[in-house]
Design a protein around this ligand. Structure first.
Ligand SMILES: [Zn+2]
Length: 850
């Protein structure tokens, strides 16, 4: 990793804090330009360390006064914090600082959004609020007093005294500063309640801006379902009298699990049939669950240091995926998670930004809230569960909660509970946490006298800082099908631990067809010599939904690559396989929709790289378009029938079954718009009574080149709804032709409703831009230049969002020399910007150095 200003922080340098905090009293006197924060902190020397260096983090603070045990002191203050002479005995630190929330555009610490005060402290935002040991292994009991004329004033824990101009809160559970939260504003609440299984009544609230109160019911129901599920599945009860959720428009992330006071990006909480799609509903349910589940996996048991981020995030993502699978369709959830993992995490693992699930160094921790830490971190938990079995997993979790409640824990602590529960040695398994890169597993088969042998070989390519990898423990779920399609060997788990290893199946009547990596049992790339006849066979007969879908996906990829690389025509056998899938009424319509979706442009580009070719994004785009035209032509009658059969009668419901029907009907609509010039889509647009149908129709009209009027009508209808307008911005970028994408983005940035101060709006345009591969990577280089121009602008306002957007460039080495030169020029231009944030400097440095 590139060392930016000598600030690189290493896991191996961890040292315990010199002083611990017993309790904290904070008083906030709120004012937009000059908020006063008074702190009174009881420190105790840490008996666990000999160090007595007293250091408090603090950034962008104006220190007004400080005292130790009532005696005024003059600390030595730098840009990063302060040091001071203190006793080697318990003492009370008091300080007053001034901050300006109205001028905080980075959205870290205390800031303002539409006149409302709110906070974001993870990972290191608290140090922008007051001087404090801002590290997760310092846990303390917080009492907070807020003074303001605003009607609603919230903080963590349970409410204390309140009256005209003030409110007090007390959180009895010791917590690190990153879980601190404060909100004050003109807010209205959607109330609810929940009775825990031990009979405790909990008050629930979803707080929103006036006018949004009609969009809270779904979030409230999701919260109650989450609370119940965590009791039933993990035995975890809620532990305060009140649970508050607040929706904020300007937010860098999805949501934040502050103790008892979750703060959400409004896009991750507000929902109504008219304004939210099925995907939005599902995402909101999952994020509400995710943040709620953190109360135990993150808050009651937190991380010792930020290198352990996956301890709370991997586990909590795994838990929210289990929840979604239980609430909705387990196979569909698994397949969509794998698509997402390959699209974001495999890409990261395969490029300059690759890092282990538990990184060993960082410059800016904000840059490690990644798909690797979150999604691969969750995959690692899933593998562990598969390896030890469901029962042992449940026992290990029970022990984890019992042993580490109140702790700031590590990955070592986590693995130890599994070792103690099962007696297994997990030292080899631990490589999943320390080695970056996606393992490749190749497989050969042999058949002789009723014995079938599978031989696996594993290897992991080099990644930055890790040239050589050792073999990992890879759980491979395998089933076998007979020649007639019947299953002759049900799913069994093979444990690959060597670089090369064989497994045999005996007593078989005929050579079987293997179904390998069922349920995507490990986050690896499987290489197997096979042909399209076998893929079509598995698509038709496999009993494992993931492998069934995977066979169709591999078939599609192969057919598209042959069109791309050899100029082949759209494959008739492939179209026939799709036709059979559409005709199979036993299948979940959401599954059929997934089979009809082609591999992404990025997926095809990577497949070309794997084959030693240089991808041409515009050619890839053209081939996918051609295949979709061929699908629409070949399947037209069936698509019309599917569209008609999957119209959902009655009022809109966001449940999985209704959403599945709409998913298939709208997939059919998208294809049919290639045949009828958008006629059916226009009818759906004109009659839609919910956003899923309206947006799908608009998208189909744009596909047919007939969406101009509908775009205007959509804007007129929704101009006052910021979340719906984000969709309007995104959709136009997503549908722009490759040669016109940069111009479309530029035009949208001139729209009066475009603002880069709102991360959702910025991402609606520039996130969609990065996703439009053929447009962003257009050979003119306009895409790179435009992105660089805007990232340079945004960095001065919001380093965190800027740094994340830099990952748009992470695949640059796969392209031709001309494109690489254009990208290098763009990246170097960003790097040369005066006062570039360390967030962005670290990201560009990593992308360029590799
Ligand atoms: Zn989380």
């Amino acid at each position: 990793m590139k060392d930016v200003d000598g600030r690189t922080i290493y896991l191996k340098d961890y040292a315990p804090p010199a002083y611990l905090v017993e309790r904290v009293d904070l008083t906030f006197v709120l004012a937009p330009e000059a908020t006063r924060v008074k702190s009174r902190i009881r420190f105790t020397p840490n008996p666990g360390t000999a160090s007595r260096d007293f250091f408090l983090h603090g950034e962008e603070l104006k220190l007004v006064s400080a005292s130790v045990d009532g005696q005024a002191v003059t600390p030595a203050v730098t840009d990063e914090g302060l040091t001071c002479e203190v006793p080697d005995a318990p003492f009370t630190w008091e300080a007053e600082v001034e901050i300006a929330p109205a001028r905080n555009t980075a959205l870290e610490g205390l800031y303002m959004s539409n006149g409302m005060y709110c906070t974001q402290c993870e990972a290191e935002g608290f140090r922008k609020i007051t001087y404090y040991p801002d590290r997760p292994d310092v846990m303390a009991v917080f009492t907070v007093r807020i003074e303001s004329e605003l009607p609603v004033m919230l903080s963590n824990g349970n409410p204390g005294a309140s009256g005209a101009g003030f409110a007090e809160w007390h959180d009895p559970w010791p917590k690190p500063a990153y879980l601190f939260a404060l909100v004050a504003g003109e807010l209205v609440n959607h109330p609810g309640s929940f009775t825990t299984r031990s009979g405790k009544d909990v008050e629930l609230n979803v707080w929103v801006r006036p006018g949004d109160e009609g969009k809270c019911a779904f979030a409230m129901e999701s919260l109650k379902k989450s609370m119940k599920w965590d009791e039933e599945v993990y035995g975890r009860e809620y532990d305060l009298d009140i649970f508050n959720i607040v929706a904020v428009d300007d937010f860098n992330m999805g949501a934040m699990e502050n103790k008892g006071l979750n703060i959400f990006n409004s896009a991750a909480v507000l929902a109504s049939p008219e304004t939210s799609t099925d995907a939005n509903f599902e995402r909101i349910e999952a994020i509400i669950a995710h943040e709620y589940f953190h109360n135990w996996t993150g808050n009651r048991i937190t991380c010792r240091d930020w290198f352990q981020l996956c301890l709370k995030e991997g586990l909590t993502v795994f838990r929210d995926a289990q929840f979604t699978a239980d609430m909705r369709s387990e196979p569909v959830k698994r397949i969509t998670d794998v698509i997402d993992l390959r699209g974001r995490q495999f890409r990261e693992d395969n490029g300059p930004l690759a890092h282990p699930v538990r990184p060993e160094s960082f410059v800016e921790i904000n840059n490690f809230y990644t798909a690797t830490v979150y999604e691969k971190g969750a995959e690692v938990i899933g593998m562990l569960k598969r390896l030890v079995g469901d029962e042992a997993y449940a026992k290990a979790l029970e022990l984890y909660f019992e042993r580490h409640d109140g702790d700031a824990a590590t990955i070592e602590d986590w693995l130890k509970v599994f070792e103690d529960t099962t007696g297994r040695d997990l030292s080899q398994f631990k490589r999943w946490y320390s080695q970056a890169g996606t393992p490749r597993v190749s497989v050969d088969e042999a058949w002789k006298d009723g014995t079938y042998t599978l031989t696996f070989r594993q290897s992991t390519p080099p990644t930055p800082g890790q040239p050589v990898k050792d073999p990992r423990v890879i759980p491979i779920a395998v089933g076998l099908l007979g020649p007639n399609g019947d299953e002759v060997q049900e799913t069994t788990l093979l444990e690959l631990t060597e670089a090369e290893q064989s497994f045999t199946f005996e007593g078989l009547a005929a050579k079987p067809v293997p179904s390998i990596l069922r349920g995507f049992s490990a986050p690896v790339i499987l290489d197997r010599e096979t042909d399209n006849a076998e893929r079509a066979f598995l698509l038709a007969h496999d009993t494992d939904p993931f492998c069934k879908w995977e066979a169709g996906r591999a078939l599609a990829r192969d057919v598209l690559l042959r069109m791309l690389n050899e100029g082949a025509a759209p494959d008739k056998a492939f179209l026939g396989a799709l036709s059979s899938t559409l005709a199979d009424e036993s299948l979940d319509p959401a599954f059929v929709a997934l089979v009809l979706a082609l591999p992404s442009e990025d997926d095809l580009a990577q497949a070309q790289v794997d084959a030693g070719l240089v991808p041409d994004p515009q050619a890839i785009h053209a081939v996918r378009e051609r295949m979709r035209d061929a699908m629409a032509e070949a399947l037209e009658d069936q698509l019309r029938a599917a569209y008609a059969a999957h119209q959902v009668p009655g009022p809109y419901r966001p449940d999985a079954d209704a959403a599945a029907s709409r998913a298939l009907a709208n997939t059919a609509l998208m294809l049919l718009s290639r045949r009828d010039g958008g006629a059916l889509a226009q009818t759906q647009y004109d009659t839609a009574d919910n956003m899923t149908q309206q947006l799908a129709a608009l998208s189909a009209l744009l596909t047919a080149g007939a969406g101009e009027e509908a775009l205007k009508a959509f804007e007129a209808q929704w101009k006052d709804d910021r979340l719906v307008m984000d969709k309007w911005f995104s959709l136009q970028v997503a549908h722009a032709e490759p040669g016109d994408t940069a111009a479309t983005v530029e035009r949208l940035t001139r729209h009066p409703a475009f603002t880069m101060k709102n991360p959702n709006r910025f991402r609606a345009v520039f996130g969609a831009f990065a996703m439009n591969q053929a447009g962003f990577h257009h050979d003119s280089g306009d895409g790179y230049r435009l992105m660089a121009d805007w990232l340079i602008e945004l960095d001065a306002l919001n380093p965190q969002t800027t740094a994340r957007m830099c990952s748009a460039f992470q695949t640059w080495r796969r392209y031709d020399a001309d494109r690489q030169a254009l990208i290098r020029e763009a990246l170097e231009r960003i790097m040369a910007k005066k006062d570039l944030s360390r967030d962005t400097a670290e990201m560009i440095g990593r992308i360029l150095d590799a």
